[in-house]
Design a protein around this ligand. Structure first.
Ligand SMILES: Cc1cc2nc3c(=O)[nH]c(=O)nc-3n(C[C@H](O)[C@H](O)[C@H](O)COP(=O)(O)OP(=O)(O)OC[C@H]3O[C@@H](n4cnc5c(N)ncnc54)[C@H](O)[C@@H]3O)c2cc1C
Length: 432
């Protein structure tokens, strides 16, 4: 069979696709692949844009390893099976009065896939999902099953939290949750210059700040989410408004506009002016994950880099100049978020407060060189690419960008000396 990722830009023909029904079966699959001398890659929901999951060996899907495996109420921790999709996990957590502290834009990813690439949301006082991981159970390359945390093989734990599927098959993830909370969402149109000038104040004042800049214009959609107390009178959006915004404007109309743009790229600057205005102001309050996550039906390709937050104005300015002086049309907004630093060895936020800048292109349109130009700009600012989004950096670059990169490679040598869990892309980013 041919496998391809969500964006359709990566495909592969694995020798076999296996869906183990238990941890023992997953261990057995790895052992049998080792006997055959076959490589193994695990795939989650296939939402990465980079060829992390591509293989001509065995492709493992943990579809059957899904759901809650244990709850520690006193410590507000849960153990969940590695294949659990976030859209399954979030309502379950809510049902027991818990939530993940922060989430990205969507909830289609598997928990193991989300942490493996350092999936993050936004919020200066918050971190990416992997920072909430307190323990992992894994099938290693020799078929053994281990559980690791801060006190049991802490090096493997640190390396495998954002582990790119290079250290083993993650069968269970222990997560430090927080009490379920609600968010007040405030979405307003704005001007790029004003938002950049006031950015430091915005991220200090609001829990979660995210803005979408419509290229070829100076218009932005600014999203500010604040945590509110349980007795806050704020209400969710009426169902019709949610449907209008998410289903119709953000997906159906936006999809049609992008199709039109792919046929007549010249109309994109005007379309972006319209898009920025149509997505007007709104305010509502809802359960955290319902505010953080929305659906994304219009396919695109994406590159996202983390840069030190102080570099944000320079990066946006250089990117704007490049777009305005080149023959490129970008119907998708450029997204900007920020997170606090964490201690996860291969996390883009390792010991660094970041701004994240994400450039998207509609899947039917040529990127016109914008991804390469963007990469050249962020390289000047010690940009660390999102592991799951388009970039061309290799192991030598990462050795410079990540202080613990060499330590992670030593762990890899120890737990996977024969490189059971590799492919061409991993050889490029981690080395042979
Ligand atoms: C529409 C869209 C929106 C997105 N929004 C965000 C966002 O807001 N923030 C953000 O940071 N990213 C975002 N991403 C990127 C996405 O979160 C990451 O690429 C994430 O890794 C995808 O999860 P997945 O389950 O699809 O994993 P896959 O893409 O299937 O796999 C990713 C990696 O995880 C490994 N892996 C998967 N399962 C296991 C396992 N059980 N054991 C070991 N390794 C495993 C794979 O081998 C691979 O290396 C978005 C992507 C899309 C397409």
């Amino acid at each position: 069979m041919t496998w391809s990722n969500w964006a359709g830009n990566v495909s592969a023909t694995p020798a076999r696709v296996l869906e183990p029904r238990s941890v023992d079966e997953a261990a057995d699959v790895v052992k049998r692949s080792a006997d055959r001398g076959e490589r193994v890659r695990v795939v989650g929901a296939g939402h990465s844009f980079t060829p992390l999951c591509a293989t001509d060996g065995a492709l493992l899907r943990l579809t059957h390893l899904s759901g809650i495996r244990g709850i520690d109420c006193a410590r507000q921790r849960v153990r969940v099976a590695g294949g659990t999709p976030l859209h399954v996990l979030n309502p379950i957590l809510d049902g027991i009065g818990l939530a993940l502290p922060n989430l990205g834009d969507i909830d289609r990813q598997s928990i193991a896939g989300a942490i493996a690439t350092g999936t993050h949301g936004t919020g200066l006082r918050h971190q990416g999902i992997a920072a909430a991981v307190t323990g992992l159970s894994m099938v290693l390359a020799d078929g053994s099953v281990v559980s690791v945390d801060d006190s049991h093989d802490p090096e493997l734990f640190q390396a495998a939290r954002v582990g790119l599927g290079a250290f083993g098959v993650v069968t269970e993830v222990e997560l430090q949750c927080v009490p379920a909370f609600r968010l007040r969402a405030l979405e307003t149109p704005g001007r790029l210059g004003e938002v950049i000038d006031g950015y430091e104040q915005l991220v200090a004042e609001y829990d979660h700040v995210d803005f979408h800049w419509f290229p070829h214009t100076d218009r932005v959609l600014l999203k500010r989410n604040s945590r509110v107390s349980d007795d806050d009178p704020g209400q969710p959006q009426p169902a019709w408004r949610e449907r209008l915004d998410e289903d119709i404007l953000s997906n159906k109309v936006f999809g049609a506009l992008n199709r039109a743009a792919s046929l007549r790229p010249g109309i994109v600057p005007s379309l972006n002016q319209v898009s920025a205005r149509v997505l007007g102001a709104k305010e509502y309050t809802d359960t955290s994950w319902k505010v953080f996550c929305s659906s994304r039906d219009v396919r695109f390709r994406e590159s996202e880099y983390a840069v030190p937050r102080a570099s944000l104005p320079a990066v946006i300015s250089a990117l704007r100049t490049w777009i305005d002086t080149h023959d490129v049309t970008l119907p998708f907004p450029i997204e900007v978020r920020s997170t606090g630093a964490d201690d996860v060895w291969l996390s883009t936020a390792y010991e660094r407060e970041n701004a994240y800048v994400a450039v998207h292109q509609y899947h039917r349109m040529d990127d016109g060189g914008v991804f390469a130009a963007f990469e050249a700009i962020v390289r000047e600012h010690l940009g660390r690419p999102h592991w799951g989004k388009l970039h061309t950096l290799g192991a030598d670059d990462f050795a410079r960008l990540y202080p613990r990169f060499g330590d992670a490679l030593q762990v890899r040598d120890r737990v996977d000396p024969d490189r059971r869990f590799t492919n061409d892309h991993l050889t490029h980013i981690l080395g042979p």
